[in-house]
Design a protein around this ligand. Structure first.
Ligand code: ADP
Ligand code: MG
Ligand code: MG
Length: 861
């Protein structure tokens, strides 16, 4: 198969083959935009390379030399020719965008002769030798894997010795002298074709660098994709004062505002802008100094956005007043921006509602749920930088990624403070509440990565001087922030404050509500919430929950005043004694349920009967046992005995769920009476309660019959006194493998079924939910599992049990209502699966409800 494509031989639809960057370079070339010409080596070639034990296919070089000839013709210069040299950039580009993850080599094709030729031809020796030394540094770093520090040291040493503090003080001769020393440090290949071949190999190999690996893992990108190699004629932003490099977004990536936005550095090459080593200027300065270039840039961005029908992120270079496009891609954006842009584009007639829904990642929705620094509570601002990623964050200051991980592991929140960040810092950025950098613009690594992660960040905070050695950051006002100090970042405004500043709840927006309303229109799955307290229930309802899918009644008994009653009930030595306590507990439970029914007026509330083992309610340490003994008038001795009696070797598989109902039917009866009398009271108060009583941890149909009989008894007892009809349902949880395997028989006895996928996963894998944290990281690292099955539903086995259960239940009882109420109910990928399975609803924590609404719509689109 063809392994090499010229820029005029592909299109944006060839991402898999040519990588995202290459496909878009082709598309722009075809659109007639000024893209320096070049060719692309395909991603399948990368896989061939790995399969052959990191060897290039034998005929590859021959093939790309043919393409190279054509590039030379088009550019009117020749690779390796000192008279008229053509230089290349060698750029990686995977099918999925991985910003800053793979290494780019610029100015490839230089050696002593060719550098001299370039100097002559351009009549700009300083430029030529600056290019040359940059190339050697990059080549040494990326291809020869030399230690980059030694080059920087060498430059510093030279500058000091010759009293030339600034880069601009360096003449061509100075760079030549530095280059001579560089060459003693590494074994640098002089032959341009050898350089090219080595660079191609290095790009392929860079797929396996640790930082690329971390990024792929964070973003669920497949390890097997591989990268393409883009070989492109160089243009020079470092040629002089009418040259430079920039990046731009067709809309504001932080707010989504429809305004052209970007940054530019004059007389700067390559990655100077994104690296954040110099703080760039706004595009306005380009408009002032090079208005024609600005106009062309402006026209180009408008054209590209219209063409791609999405917000674009552009990289461009200007050489001697001429404009060149080097990259376009769909721009990363904050959650707020993604929603605003999606809704605006529908209103502008650019995309459809369902396209808009697909444009918003479920994670982005959370941006509307992030805390924000309370503007009224703001104290003195000690430093201000660029508002790189919105939200508010408070934490202890750390100065390195490793430190961030350490301190965070100790349970403290951290703010990572760096001069700039690089992909090497990702592990620290992952655990940080907020990120603060001294250098870098809105498009620096720190800014882009933080926005992607939804983490608050401030960049380009130049008034802050960081001293790593001392562990301090000093503001221009003289305030010294030390390692471990608590600071607050307002990423929306770019402000840094000392101490913990109050934050307000995240606020919604009209655009967000519009998008959610589209989601509701397009989805089939209903979304409920897991909630016990009236506050949580109210929040869930506000966020769009269509009912409660799981009310864990035991949580109600952990409350301060009730726990003693609960304990006394468990410790009772006679039925009568127990009944006495149950009667008191009933009052509490009824009042709680009444509140819940009021909040959820007109919506179903699924109440799960008591689930955890009883010993979970009892105190285990001596002091607490003594104290409890006094409070409930029982001997500590007795309590100790009962605690010991109830202790289980394997509580998760022990005396819990409906097994409790079997042994202590009176507890179940109390709960049912509480639920139904609360419903009666709610009806009497003019509300519409819809209780659904759910039996946990069932393994067979006889359990359901037995517990249903207890439930009926409780209901009859309440309704015998009140002549009111209460619309209730009885259902079962599906959380043991045995239940799923006998689902048709269970279905015959109930009106609804709900997967408890936490337990179902635990029992299917035999992985203890409470202990799996010890080995799951290793399982992930060693690729024994793709994802943590407690986070993302295991579709192969657990999913198969679910599939069987649903189809067999519905064969027996067509249309029986099915839901899911495990953690997976809020996980977008799992929601897709539940949709495909034909479940009626998912139930998740209140704050996940909007995410689930969007994910459910995406599942349908
Ligand atoms: P990344 O994927 O990390 O953005 P790129 O391949 O886009 O890496 O390269 C980084 C930078 O190098 C670009 O933004 C651009 O400034 C510079 N660059 C790449 N190719 C060329 C080229 N042909 N001429 C001039 N500069 C280039
Ligand atoms: Mg780029
Ligand atoms: Mg369970």
């Amino acid at each position: 198969a063809k392994r090499v494509y010229l820029f005029n031989e592909g299109s944006k639809d060839d991402r898999d083959l040519l990588g995202g960057k290459g496909a878009n370079l082709c598309e722009m070339t075809t659109l007639g935009l000024p893209v320096p010409f070049g060719f692309i080596i395909t991603t399948p070639t990368c896989r061939e390379f790995f399969e052959a034990g990191n060897k290039l296919p034998p005929l590859l070089e021959q093939e790309y030399r043919v393409a190279l000839d054509l590039v030379e013709k088009k550019m009117g210069a020749r690779f390796g020719d000192p008279e008229n040299p053509l230089l290349f950039s060698v750029r990686s580009g995977a099918p999925v965008s991985m910003p800053g993850m793979m290494d780019t080599i610029l100015n490839l094709g230089l050696n002593d002769d060719i550098a001299e030729g370039l100097a002559k031809k351009t009549d700009n020796p300083r430029f030529a030798y600056d290019c040359y030394r940059r190339f050697i540094q990059m080549f040494a770093n990326v291809v020869l894997e030399a230690d980059g520090e030694q080059f920087e040291h060498e430059i510093e040493r030279y500058k000091e010795q010759h009293n030339k503090p600034l880069d601009t003080d360096m003449t061509a001769e100075d760079w030549q002298a530095v280059i001579a020393t560089f060459k003693t440090l590494v074994n640098f290949p002089e032959d341009p074709f050898v350089q090219l071949k080595m660079a191609v190999e290095a790009v392929f190999l860079s797929w396996h660098t640790p930082r690329a690996y971390v990024y792929r893992e964070m973003n669920n990108i497949s390890e097997t994709l591989g990268t393409a190699v883009n070989v492109q004629a160089m243009v020079y932003g470092n040629f002089g004062d009418t040259s430079g490099s920039g990046v731009a977004f067709t809309r504001n990536p932080s707010t989504g505002e429809h305004e052209f936005f970007g940054e530019f550095l004059f007389n700067a090459a390559g990655e100077d802008v994104v690296a954040g080593t110099r703080t760039p200027l706004p595009l306005e300065s380009l408009r002032e100094r090079l208005p024609e270039v600005y106009d062309e840039l402006y026209r180009t961005q408008a054209l590209l956005e219209k063409h791609y029908r999405d917000m674009q992120d552009l990289e461009f270079t200007v050489q001697e007043g001429r404009f060149y496009m080097l990259q376009t891609r769909s721009g990363k954006r904050t959650g707020r921006a993604s929603v605003k842009i999606a809704v605006d584009m529908v209103n502008e007639g650019m995309i459809s509602e369902s396209e808009a829904l697909m444009r918003v990642s479920p994670e982005h929705v959370e941006a509307f749920l992030h805390p924000m620094v309370d503007q009224a509570a703001k104290t003195d601002i000690v430093a201000t930088g660029l508002p790189a990623s919105p939200g508010g964050a408070t934490g202890k200051v750390v100065f390195s990624a490793d430190e961030a991980v350490q301190v965070a592991a100790g349970g403290d929140k951290v703010v990572l403070v760096r001069r700039e960040t690089t992909p090497e810092d990702i592990h620290g950025m992952k655990v940080a509440e907020g990120i603060l950098t001294e250098l870098g613009g809105m498009t620096s690594h720190a800014a882009v990565v933080a926005r992607g992660m939804g983490v608050c960040a401030i960049t380009g905070c130049g008034s802050l001087k960081i001293n790593y050695a001392e562990g301090t950051a000093t503001t221009s006002g003289g305030v010294v922030i030390k390692r471990g100090d608590v600071i607050t970042l307002d990423g929306t405004a770019g402000d840094v404050m000392l101490g913990d500043i109050p934050k307000t709840e995240a606020s919604s927006s009209d655009d967000f509500q519009t998008l959610l309303s589209w989601a509701d229109k397009h989805r089939r799955l209903k979304v409920r919430a897991n909630a016990e307290t009236p506050e949580d229930a109210a929040k869930a309802r506000e966020l769009g929950a269509e009912g409660i899918g799981l009310c864990r009644t035991e949580h109600m008994f952990f409350e301060a005043e009730r726990i003693d009653l609960m304990r006394a009930m468990i410790l009772s030595e006679s039925k009568d004694e127990r009944q006495g306590y149950l009667d008191q507990l009933l009052n509490f439970q009824r009042d709680d349920m009444l509140e819940l029914f009021k909040v959820m007026d007109g919506l179903p509330v699924t109440v799960r009967l008591l689930d955890p083992p009883l010993h979970e309610f009892l105190p285990h340490d001596e002091a607490e046992i003594e104290a409890l003994a006094k409070r409930i008038g029982k001997s500590a001795e007795k309590i100790r005995d009962i605690v010991k009696d109830l202790a289980e070797v394997n509580p998760m598989l022990g005396f819990r769920g409906c097994r409790l109902s079997v042994v202590y039917p009176e507890i179940t009866e109390m709960q049912v009476k509480a639920i139904i009398s609360a419903a009666v009271a709610a009806i009497e108060a003019g509300h519409k309660p819809l209780p659904e009583i759910m039996i946990p941890l069932v393994v067979n149909v006889r359990e359901i019959r037995l517990v249903s009989a207890i439930i009926d008894r409780g209901i009859r007892a309440v309704l015998a006194e009140k002549k009111i009809s209460v619309p209730y349902k009885i259902g079962t949880m599906m959380e043991t493998p045995r239940a799923t395997l006998g689902a048709d028989r269970l279905a015959g006895e109930v009106e609804f079924m709900s997967f408890g996928t936490n337990d179902l996963t635990q029992m299917t894998y035999g992985f203890s939910r409470d202990d799996a944290g010890k080995f799951i990281p290793q399982y992930l690292e060693k690729k024994l599992i793709e994802a943590d099955p407690f986070v993302s539903l295991d579709q192969r086995a657990v999913g198969r049990l679910m599939e069987m259960a649903v189809s067999e239940s519905r064969a027996r009882k067509p249309g029986i209502k099915y839901g899911i109420c495990g953690e997976h109910g809020g996980d977008p990928r799992s929601i897709q699966f539940c949709h495909d399975l034909g479940l009626d609803y998912v139930s998740c924590s209140p704050f996940r409800v909007p995410v689930a609404r969007i994910a459910a719509a995406q599942a349908k689109v």
